[in-house]
Design a protein around this ligand. Structure first.
Ligand SMILES: NC(=O)c1ccc[n+]([C@@H]2O[C@H](COP(=O)([O-])OP(=O)(O)OC[C@H]3O[C@@H](n4cnc5c(N)ncnc54)[C@H](OP(=O)(O)O)[C@@H]3O)[C@@H](O)[C@H]2O)c1
Length: 305
């Protein structure tokens, strides 16, 4: 395994981070526990989850918590082997503290996450998305309190634009509040917009980038072919709304990427993972996997990274 240091922290994380958004369904509890243990045995020490994750059973505003509970069980004897990240901000119920990043939401959701994850602290607590209804200074002050109480070690942001991150940094500095150490944007060969401004800002500000959907939900593995039926057991077949529409334009781009991968003598999956890891400020790439072989292929991508 290869590791990277997250700047301004004592966290050293594996270049592959295990995503858990599919824990619960289609990856059932026992399988998910096995996958987690296998990942740790392979040297992966970085795990990404969120209070909202409940696999394919997710519906708008449903209560989430499924992936965290499974991880709590998986990590009960291995908590100290991993850098554990979870998130707050997406709706997980009807109460005002069940969505957003107000101080009350952070207190309630962090308490729940710690209980489900069976731990006293999370290493990285992400604001899952910007919350226009909560003043940032209050959000950051609450995160500072949680850091002071030892419930979180550092915090990160996800789905922020460069402009939104810039504003957050200004507020943090002006109020002597902590800065985020990690930024989690979507990034793949098919979705490169953050390379223009967000990634340069992160590099300049020494904020580590940990991108998600690096395989674009499986499109960048080459499993979907133009004019052919959807493969069995694939996400597009099982959860259509989680994968882009398979238009001719998408296939044109995929076929070009596949040609490039072949030229480099590696699989399309590995090519896609290496590309993400070569982008500025990226320290680790989150992979979502359904089976252990998929995880093994992701780790093989690191061989000559
Ligand atoms: N911050 C956020 O807002 C946010 C949003 C989304 C996700 N995330 C995080 O990022 C993680 C990854 O997201 P994601 O799962 O949507 O994206 P992804 O990593 O692009 O796609 C993962 C899917 O691709 C397929 N796959 C993976 N490796 C493969 C291989 N070697 N060969 C063939 N197929 C393969 C699997 O689906 P099938 O086998 O079922 O086809 C797998 O579930 C999540 O678990 C979560 O931790 C964060």
């Amino acid at each position: 395994m290869k590791f990277s240091q997250i700047p301004n922290t004592d966290l050293k994380v594996s270049r592959i981070c295990l995503g858990t958004m599919t824990y619960g369904a289609p990856v059932g509890k026992d399988e998910a526990i096995k996958l987690t243990h296998k990942a740790i045995d392979m040297g992966i020490n970085f795990i990404d989850t969120a209070n909202m994750y409940e696999g394919y059973n997710r519906s708008p505003g449903s209560s989430g918590g499924v992936a965290e509970r499974i991880l709590g069980e998986a990590l009960k004897d291995r908590r100290n082997d991993v850098v554990l990240a979870t998130k707050v901000g997406m709706p997980v119920g009807d109460a005002p503290e069940d969505k957003g990043t107000s101080p009350a939401a952070i207190r309630k959701q962090l308490h729940r996450s710690l209980k489900y994850l069976r731990t006293d602290f999370v290493d990285i607590y992400y604001l899952h998305k910007p919350d226009p209804d909560s003043p940032l200074v209050e959000t950051l002050a609450e995160l500072a309190r949680m850091i002071g109480q030892g419930k979180i070690r550092y915090y990160g942001i996800s789905n922020y634009s460069a402009e939104q991150l810039d504003e957050l940094l200004t507020i943090a500095d002006e109020n002597k509040l902590p800065r985020p150490v990690v930024c989690q944007p979507p990034l793949s060969l098919l979705k490169q917009d953050v390379t223009k401004d967000l990634l340069p800002l992160c590099k300049q500000q020494q904020i580590a980038v940990v991108p998600y959907q690096i395989l674009q939900g499986g499109l960048l593995t080459g499993k979907y072919r133009r004019g052919q039926p959807l493969p069995e057991n694939s996400r597009k077949k099982e959860k259509n709304s989680w994968v882009w529409d398979l238009t001719d334009e998408v296939f044109d781009r995929l076929e070009e990427i596949e040609r490039q991968a072949k030229k480099n003598g590696i699989s399309m999956t590995q090519y896609a993972i290496r590309w993400v890891l070569s982008q500025q400020a990226v320290v680790s790439a989150i992979v979502g996997v359904k089976r252990i072989e998929q995880l093994e292929e992701a780790v093989r991508a690191l061989k000559s990274d």
